[in-house]
Design a binder for this molecule. Structure first.
Ligand SMILES: [Zn+2]
Length: 273
């Protein structure tokens, strides 16, 4: 079977699920599009982040609609206040509902969530940054990471694989990973400070990640490839990794894109059944 993010349409919603994860029958997973929600203007329409200037009631209704389609109770979502860092939080049963209804209770200063407990839906938010999903079907543990350029050079995806090993005994060879819709190399121009950080983080490989010449002080950064490589370096086999290859800037009909000036956020969700 082809490894992919497969589109699902339910009610007015469109979301994507990871075929390799679905095959295990261990998890509910989704990456949302912006279709089928209640929000207006630059949040139109399925904005899922409470940390935006959007009407909170609309956001909570949007979350309810998506969760209902997935068979999840939206009151049990566990979300984080994301800061483009590399902190990883181990989610426990007592965290259930943290950040579900307000940002005040969300997990602070965190860009990755992992758990090995069942029926705790993890959620993180994106509008161009890279969503990375993790599933160890052997030890039965899951995770999500948020990797913009800062998280990517901080190697948050690789650190999440390591955290699964340290906390749940996961073997990288067993871990399935999926790199979701996010800004592609076609539209991700970065400037000198970012180029320098990429060179520092990838001393041997940066030429393959910065896809055009940087003679003017600018280059196109391939965040998908950068995350793929750091994940492979932890020992996860490349055949375990799904790359959506969908650019959020290109697909403005389906996705919010920060670089396009859109203010809404889509979400990644994963839950052990
Ligand atoms: Zn693009």
């Amino acid at each position: 079977m082809k490894r992919a993010f497969l589109p699902c349409e339910k009610n007015e919603l469109l979301y994507y699920t990871i075929s390799a994860f679905d095959t295990t029958d261990l998890v509910i997973n989704a990456f949302s599009s912006r279709k089928g929600g209640k929000s207006k203007k630059s949040f139109e329409s399925l904005n899922l982040s409470v940390l935006t200037a959007d009407n909170l009631e609309y956001v909570l209704e949007n979350r309810r609609r998506l969760c209902q389609a997935l068979g999840i109770d939206s009151h049990t979502l566990v979300g984080a206040c994301q800061v483009h860092g590399d902190n990883i939080y181990l989610v426990k049963g007592s965290d259930r509902g943290a950040g579900a209804l307000t940002s005040k209770t969300a997990i602070a200063d965190t860009d990755a969530l992992i758990t090995n407990e069942r029926e705790i839906p993890l959620i993180l938010f994106y509008a161009d940054c890279v969503p990375v999903f993790f599933l160890d079907p052997v030890k039965k543990a899951v995770g999500l990471a948020h990797a913009g350029w800062k998280g990517t050079v901080a190697k948050i995806a690789a650190k999440t694989v390591q955290a699964l090993g340290e906390n749940y005994g996961s073997n990288p060879k067993d871990i399935l990973v999926a790199i979701g819709p996010s800004i592609g190399p076609c539209h991700y121009q970065v400037d000198r400070p970012v180029i320098d950080e990429v060179k520092r983080a990838y001393p041997k490989e940066w030429e393959e990640l910065l896809t055009t010449s940087d003679i003017d002080g600018y280059a196109q950064l391939n965040l998908w490839e950068a995350n793929l490589r750091q994940i492979c370096q932890t020992g996860v086999p490349q055949e375990n990794i799904t790359v959506a290859g969908m650019c959020t800037y290109c697909c403005q009909e389906n996705f919010f894109s920060h670089r396009r000036g859109m203010a809404g956020r889509q979400a990644a969700i994963i839950m052990l059944k």
